[in-house]
Design a protein around this ligand. Structure first.
Ligand SMILES: NC(=O)c1ccc[n+]([C@@H]2O[C@H](COP(=O)([O-])OP(=O)(O)OC[C@H]3O[C@@H](n4cnc5c(N)ncnc54)[C@H](O)[C@@H]3O)[C@@H](O)[C@H]2O)c1
Length: 251
């Protein structure tokens, strides 16, 4: 029997990279999936792949920064499955290391809108359904840029620190009502988000100085997320787990 048998999981950013890997992994463990992404065609493609592998999934197009779109996507999920047990807040955008003087108001607002306000909007739309069912589990995808400076630019690093704080507060506010919340801080993971930098000679040389001596894979993060959302992690609340090949521990 799978570790998530009978559960319904809602994964944002599920069309690509870390979100996609979680959707596929959770489905392999028996969860029924809602794959939600701005890229609706990509989300449906991931849902189709899960379905053709024998799982259950629907793909929905949603901009997590748009409150009405989020409400519609969560309603569609509840219509399809009647419940949501697991929420993975994974959708995010990068600022390509723009320092504050290089971050114009448009970039700043757009990164905050997706990485922080999006997380708040999706969580607020899903949480009432979890509370009505007596509980649920949330995993928020932060970043090592949420633990120290230098992992992104001004906007990205600010939002990822905020994701760590939001995770702790969500746990403090709703843990006693059966809501278990944790975050993951991935290091350098090989996904489309990082494709233009992660294979440069400079990054490869830097990687050789890290304990794991390799880039992470989306599956490395999905495995950790699976553990955190499963009942095996029942006593783990409010942590931010680095999945970074040792980066944060050896700075
Ligand atoms: N790749 C890394 O090295 C790395 C490291 C640390 C943290 N992260 C975090 O992991 C998460 C996933 O990143 P990834 O590397 O898989 O990137 P990715 O670009 O492969 O995937 C991000 C997904 O989010 C979706 N998305 C973007 N804006 C959206 C919006 N407004 N509404 C809905 N969906 C939206 C995109 O369409 C895409 O499918 C992000 O939050 C990112 O900050 C990534």
């Amino acid at each position: 029997m799978g570790k998530l048998e009978g559960k319904v999981a809602f994964v944002t950013g599920g069309a690509s990279g870390i979100g996609r890997a979680q959707a596929v992994r959770f489905a392999q463990e028996g969860a029924r999936l809602v794959v939600a992404d701005m890229d609706g065609a990509g989300a449906r493609e991931v849902a189709d792949r899960i379905t053709s592998d024998g799982g259950k999934a629907v793909g929905v197009a949603v901009d997590v920064a748009n409150e009405d779109a989020v409400a519609a996507a969560v309603s569609a999920a509840v219509d399809a499955y009647n419940r949501i047990d697991i929420l993975s807040n994974t959708a995010g955008v990068f600022d390509h290391y723009a320092q504050t003087l290089e971050a114009d108001r448009k970039l700043w607002d757009s990164v905050l809108a997706v990485n922080l306000t999006g997380l708040y909007l999706v969580t607020n739309a899903v949480l009432p359904h979890m509370l009505a069912n007596g509980g649920g589990v949330v995993v928020n995808i932060a970043s090592v840029a949420g633990l120290f400076g230098g992992g992104g630019g001004a906007a990205y690093t600010s939002t990822k620190h905020a994701v760590v704080g939001y995770t702790r507060q969500l746990s403090a506010g709703y843990g006693h009502q059966g809501i278990r919340v944790n975050a993951i801080a991935p290091g350098a993971i090989d996904t489309p988000m990082t494709a233009n930098v992660s294979h440069t000679a400079e990054v490869q040389a830097w990687m050789q100085q890290q304990p794991a001596r390799r880039l992470g894979t989306p599956e490395d993060v999905a495995t950790a997320a699976l553990f955190l959302v499963s009942d095996e992690a029942d006593y783990i609340h409010a942590v931010t787990l680095p999945v970074d090949g040792g980066l944060a521990g050896t700075l």
